[in-house]
Design a binder for this molecule. Structure first.
Ligand SMILES: Cc1cc2nc3c(=O)[nH]c(=O)nc-3n(C[C@H](O)[C@H](O)[C@H](O)COP(=O)(O)OP(=O)(O)OC[C@H]3O[C@@H](n4cnc5c(N)ncnc54)[C@H](O)[C@@H]3O)c2cc1C
Length: 415
């Protein structure tokens, strides 16, 4: 059986950051990713202020800066009662006070390229994990779809919100009731359209449009379980609904068919225990995040940084008891930030988004919610949501062993 020190399941933001930082510590690490590339569509596009600081610390800013990204410094939203700024990132005290909007595959390719420069790093694509290997109570490796096994001192589940590893682990899970799902589709973008991200909220409507240069990636928030009803209607009625929200979309939706509109089911949950002997779960595998606030990638990255910092020495020492203690310490360190963020998302689902979706056309449309009016009146308050979303509750910094001076730009090989 093949062997590695740390087996990371899943090459998303959590898995790639963990793999890179552990490899910089000299830990032998293998990342297993089930897809053949990172070019999947159903990923968030946001790289937050604190992740940009981390990219700086890792010496990767010159490479990130070469990627096609749009700088979002103000989160704007258009409501029936007018336009408002929800958060002003330019007020943050950070090297890159913005959210960089870039399709996530660019970020993952960049991380993979940097990690491959470390001699102890291995990335295996088309490597789907189907089960855990145990010796007594201890997880000692993973089983792959091709029938092979990989033994490891530690398995870290970074395989996202439908984590196979966490399902197999039997670790206890707390689920929140979630009242929303998302319809995900593209709309052509014209050069003179507003750039960055756009939000449109009104009675019964909640649409977010992410600028991906020549098209907008759109996320229409719908009530949970209402997808079938929506799709039972003609697609032209769906076009009319979107145009009523944003009249400037007229004429751009003719090619949009129901097959182009994908349903993404939103979940919000959290393991009450993130670790077992020989196993740790982080990122969405430990706590599936809602797209509300677009903070899931940042949280997954912060988990990975904390995990790498706490795990590097015990993994280098091949000390199973110390590895398990470090797994427990990762949960202790990251739980408060996770609970606070998920509680905020849960409140936003129930108090902001669900009431908007349930609102009747006769409701008072011109009245903006109180916090939005307050921020309009006192723009300095726009710092607070920018801090919460852009930097997060407990930002993590690269450990000294992972820091590098700015690294030269290299062409990323096709993954
Ligand atoms: C509709 C929607 C929109 C979102 N938009 C945003 C946004 O704009 N900004 C934001 O910050 N967050 C957003 N989120 C949340 C965000 O996508 C997640 O929180 C984040 O991607 C979690 O990162 P991760 O590395 O833990 O998991 P993931 O990004 O899910 O990565 C998991 C990886 O594991 C791989 N994998 C899965 N199973 C296996 C297996 N068995 N074997 C091997 N590999 C496997 C997958 O292919 C994937 O590459 C959104 C979520 C949804 C549902």
């Amino acid at each position: 059986m093949e062997r590695t020190t740390c087996c990371v399941v899943g090459g998303g933001p959590a898995g790639m950051v963990l793999g890179l930082i552990l490899a910089r510590a000299g830990v032998e690490v293998t990342v297993l990713e089930k897809h053949g590339d990172f070019l999947r569509d159903f990923r968030g596009d946001t790289v937050h202020t604190s992740t940009l600081t981390l990219i700086d610390e890792l010496g990767l800013w010159p490479r990130f800066d070469q990627l096609p990204y749009r700088a979002l410094t103000r989160a704007r939203i258009r409501m029936d009662g007018g336009e408002a700024t929800l958060g002003d990132l330019s007020r943050l005290d950070a090297p890159h006070p913005m959210i960089a909007m870039t399709p996530q595959w660019h970020l993952l390719d960049m991380l993979a390229t940097a990690a491959r420069e470390e001699p102890t790093f291995t990335l295996r694509m088309r490597a789907e994990v189907t089960g855990l290997v145990r010796t007594g109570e201890r997880v000692t490796g993973v089983r792959l779809a091709d029938g092979s096994e990989l033994a490891a001192d530690l398995v870290v589940a970074c395989d996202g919100r439908d984590s196979r590893v966490r399902a197999e682990s039997g670790l206890p899970l707390h689920r929140y009731d979630v009242p929303i799902d998302v319809e995900w589709f593209r709309v052509p973008r014209h050069a003179d359209d507003p750039d960055g991200g756009l939000g449109r909220v009104g009675r019964g409507r909640f649409l977010v449009m992410l600028d991906r240069a020549d098209y907008f990636q759109c996320a229409l928030v719908i009530g949970k379980g209402t997808d079938a009803r929506l799709r039972s209607g003609r697609v032209e009625a769906f076009h009319d609904f979107l145009v009523a929200m944003n009249p400037w979309l007229a004429g751009r939706l003719d090619d949009l068919a129901w097959d182009d509109v994908k349903l993404l089911e939103v979940s919000l949950d959290r393991l009450t225990r993130w670790w077992a002997p020989g196993l740790l779960c982080i990122g969405d595998a430990a706590h599936a995040m809602s797209p509300i606030g677009g903070v899931g990638i940042n949280l997954a990255v912060q988990d990975a940084v904390a995990a790498a910092r706490l795990l590097a020495a015990p993994l280098l020492a091949h000390d199973p008891a110390a590895v398990d203690r470090a797994g427990r310490a990762v949960q202790r360190r990251r739980t408060p930030a996770t609970v606070i963020t998920q509680t905020a998302q849960d409140l936003a689902h129930r108090r902001v988004v669900a009431p908007v979706l349930d609102a009747e056309p006769t409701d008072d449309a011109d009245r903006m919610p109180f916090p939005v009016r307050l921020m309009k009146r006192f723009p300095a308050l726009q710092w607070l949501p920018a801090r919460v979303v852009g930097i997060g509750v407990l930002p993590e910094h690269a450990p000294d062993f992972a820091r590098r001076p700015p690294l030269p730009v290299v062409a990323a090989p096709a993954s």
